[in-house]
Design a protein around this ligand. Structure first.
Ligand SMILES: [Zn+2]
Length: 83
């Protein structure tokens, strides 16, 4: 019996969860995120946030929004399809 393989990160067309068939909701989980915010202290002692920055240093995973199946193999596809 021949097994059909989906190339990693390149599903044809839309991403569909192989477990529950969900094709609408997906959850991205980023680990080890460093959030940097610059504050300017004003003359009256108050602070104004200047700009924020977030750096992802860990792995980023993609999960089904319905059944939590690990769909990280499709993550690159999601990144390419964000407009
Ligand atoms: Zn699912």
């Amino acid at each position: 019996m021949k097994k059909v393989q989906v190339p990693a990160g390149r599903p044809l067309g839309r991403i569909v969860c192989p477990h529950c068939g969900n094709d609408r909701e997906f959850v991205e989980v980023a680990r080890n995120v460093i959030v940097t915010t610059t504050y300017i202290q004003n003359d009256d002692g108050s602070f104004t946030p200047e700009h924020g920055d977030s750096d992802v240093h860990g792995n980023v995973g993609l999960f089904c929004g319905r059944c939590d199946a690990d769909l990280t193999t499709f993550y690159n596809h999601l990144m390419e399809m964000i407009f």
